[in-house]
Design a protein around this ligand. Structure first.
Ligand SMILES: *[C@@H]1O[C@H](CO)[C@@H](O)[C@H](O)[C@H]1NC(C)=O
Ligand SMILES: *[C@@H]1O[C@H](CO)[C@@H](O)[C@H](O)[C@H]1NC(C)=O
Ligand SMILES: *[C@@H]1O[C@H](CO)[C@@H](O)[C@H](O)[C@H]1NC(C)=O
Ligand SMILES: *[C@@H]1O[C@H](CO)[C@@H](O)[C@H](O)[C@H]1NC(C)=O
Ligand SMILES: *[C@@H]1O[C@H](CO)[C@@H](O)[C@H](O)[C@H]1NC(C)=O
Ligand SMILES: *[C@@H]1O[C@H](CO)[C@@H](O)[C@H](O)[C@H]1NC(C)=O
Ligand SMILES: *[C@@H]1O[C@H](CO)[C@@H](O)[C@H](O)[C@H]1NC(C)=O
Ligand SMILES: *[C@@H]1O[C@H](CO)[C@@H](O)[C@H](O)[C@H]1NC(C)=O
Ligand SMILES: *[C@@H]1O[C@H](CO)[C@@H](O)[C@H](O)[C@H]1NC(C)=O
Length: 246
């Protein structure tokens, strides 16, 4: 039988070849790893000025991204990074703004190194971030207001840096926050009353800063608060309660 000059067998063969082409095209698309996280990590590495223990030498193209030192990948999404753990490694340099491209990141632990410069506000793009621990570094500038956009944060540890400026009042939107450690910095201004919105808060450490004013009475709402540190601040010891004061 002939259909428009093709034999039926010919037609079936062409359909078969076309089918293979379509299927292989789709499997290539679905298995093509998204390179965004890899380029973000390579940009992070490029910013590092000192790596005396050589840990970032494993961040090279001959081994898989998910085998790089300190990198944990998603089990479901190929080449997407869910955790970056680079603590106590004597690393120096800035934290690259490209970190904000790691959109699957849930945990970022860079504590006890010598990271300097400012915390990139691109941190605020990490909507899945739960743990942010940058303590014991040499970070300067202010706490980026955009950190308040990481609505899943439950650990925010920035203690032991040289952060200045005020505690951003926007921090009050981080309602899942359980640990807020900002002690041993150079923070100024008052304690924002929005902290009284952090109903999950268990530890609030603000000591060894230049904070002034009074403790907002709304902290009394934080029923889960178990540790509170204000020492070495010039905070007044009494709680300001507008109903009592008026
Ligand atoms: C990779 O993922 C990002 C979001 O994380 C997306 O914007 C980008 O389009 C993706 N790239 C490819 C090639 O799929
Ligand atoms: C890449 O990293 C692996 C694992 O650390 C290491 O053995 C290898 O020498 C590195 N390759 C290059 C070119 O640095
Ligand atoms: C901090 O890192 C240094 C290595 O730079 C290590 O010797 C020390 O034990 C670490 N301290 C903590 C508290 O993790
Ligand atoms: C990653 O982030 C940087 C800085 O925020 C940006 O300039 C760049 O376009 C981003 N790259 C990708 C591949 O998304
Ligand atoms: C910071 O957040 C604002 C919105 O609050 C947004 O417009 C801006 O792009 C964010 N900056 C960065 C660097 O992500
Ligand atoms: C920072 O250093 C102090 C003093 O060594 C230590 O008690 C604390 O656990 C460290 N914190 C972090 C987040 O590294
Ligand atoms: C701390 O802040 C005060 C007042 O803003 C400033 O004079 C001082 O230089 C800062 N110290 C450090 C170590 O950044
Ligand atoms: C948090 O608390 C402040 C003052 O206590 C209040 O004005 C604000 O609406 C609350 N909500 C958020 C998301 O900060
Ligand atoms: C307070 O702590 C209790 C016991 O751990 C927990 O069940 C509850 O959900 C916490 N409340 C908030 C607002 O996180």
């Amino acid at each position: 039988m002939q259909i428009l000059g093709f034999t039926s067998a010919d037609f079936q063969f062409r359909c078969f070849i076309l089918g293979i082409a379509i299927v292989s095209c789709f499997t290539q698309v679905s298995s093509a790893a998204n390179e965004t996280d890899k380029s973000a990590l390579l940009a992070f590495k490029a910013g590092i000025t000192e790596d005396p223990l050589g840990v970032l030498s494993s961040w090279n193209n001959t081994i898989d991204l998910c085998q790089w030192y300190g990198v944990t990948c998603s089990r479901r999404h190929r080449n997407r990074v869910t955790a970056l753990n680079l603590y106590s490694l004597k690393l120096s340099g800035p934290i690259s703004p490209h970190i904000g491209n790691l959109s699957f990141l849930r945990e970022l632990r860079l504590y006890n190194n010598s990271f300097g410069h400012e915390i990139p506000p691109q941190i605020g793009q990490l909507r899945r971030l739960r743990i942010l621990i940058l303590g014991n570094n040499s970070l300067t500038g202010e706490i980026p207001r955009n950190t308040s956009r990481c609505l899943n944060l439950h650990h925010l540890v920035l203690a032991g840096n040289q952060l200045g400026g005020e505690v951003p009042p926007e921090i009050g939107s981080l309602v899942k926050l359980r640990y807020l450690h900002l002690r041993r910095n150079n923070l100024t201004g008052g304690v924002p009353s929005s902290i009284g919105n952090l109903s999950s808060l268990e530890q609030l450490y603000l000591s060894n800063n230049n904070l002034g004013g009074s403790l907002p009475w709304v902290l009394g709402r934080l029923t889960n608060l178990t540790s509170l540190a204000f020492g070495e601040n010039t905070l007044s010891a009494r709680w300001i309660n507008p109903y009592v004061d008026s």
